[in-house]
Design a binder for this molecule. Sequence first.
Ligand code: AHG
Ligand code: MN
Ligand code: MN
Ligand code: MN
Length: 336
Amino acid sequence: MPKRISLTQYLVEQQREHGHIPAQLRLLIEIVARACKRIAIAVNKGELGEVLGSADSENVQGEVQKKLDIISNEVLIEANEWGGHLAAMASEEMDTIHVVPNRYPQGEYLLMFDPLDGSSNIDVNVSIGTIFSVLRKVNNTRGVSEDDFMQPGKQQAAAGYCVYGPQTTLVLTVGQGVAMFTLDRETGSWVLTQKDVSIPEDTKEFAINMSNMRHWAPPVKRYIDECLIGKEGPRGKDFNMRWVASMVADVHRILTRGGIFMYPWDKREPGKPGKLRLMYEANPMAFLIEQAGGMATNGTQRIMDIQPTKLHERVSVILGSRNEVRRVTEYHLDDA
Ligand code: AHG
Ligand code: MN
Ligand code: MN
Ligand code: MN
């Protein structure tokens, strides 16, 4: 048996070796990890915990909220409020930011999350997850507002996700590569199971919701058409397709064995630049993907360079194996 270390030990070692994880950030990551453990317990109970099905509410994006969307949001807020490491939080399930209440000390970090990603998979017992992104409050004035969150993804101090699947796995970057921790259900601890995660540059696997094909922009159509022709076409190889419809699970597969994931802009809703949200879906995933040697763009621009203008901003997402993402991005630039 290899000698395994815990999340706490990993963070302490990172701090010693690189000195780049301040104490507040370490606390933040440990608290998010603890909250994910609580969410995992609720997810695992399923019908027995009466956590399945929809609530009678909609979020700010007009989606019907599932009970677990709301439960996970509450777990993350409650876990993070009191620690003194945060100034405010923002979430897919909250219209505006949640400022740390006055009764607790204010910290220097800002936390954003998608409390439950893959809501359409909850009731059918397919992998779902939690995504989070951490920024530093750069403006040192008193108080905190949405403006403090308007930082491009390249300024993230940390990002990660937890996937609730056959195993519960926490995937993390603090800007020094990507590490994975598997939850040991018997001891309740996060155990480092992979570090220096690296995505192969090439792949034969793509992930996209094919039912939207008729709405795609020409560069996306061209790329997928070429994959579908396979060996006989310009790519000279056959491709396979996977679409879990939980971004967390699709990205986890790509970090594990490579691939390309796309949720591109399409003509369905012309005013919207895409379906996925920049601040708590695209940016944290882009950070992880780049830290593992992959690439993430919106078709024309690096995702982490985008200057956000609002909390729930949407974005077109193309990420994964470097050579494939580069190709799709070139097709977009050719078309422009
Ligand atoms: P969420 O459940 O947090 O709202 O996110 C769902 C997202 C993402 O996880 C997934 O890739 C995508 O929606 C699936 O969309 P389709 O149902 O259109 O395939
Ligand atoms: Mn949702
Ligand atoms: Mn999501
Ligand atoms: Mn969600």
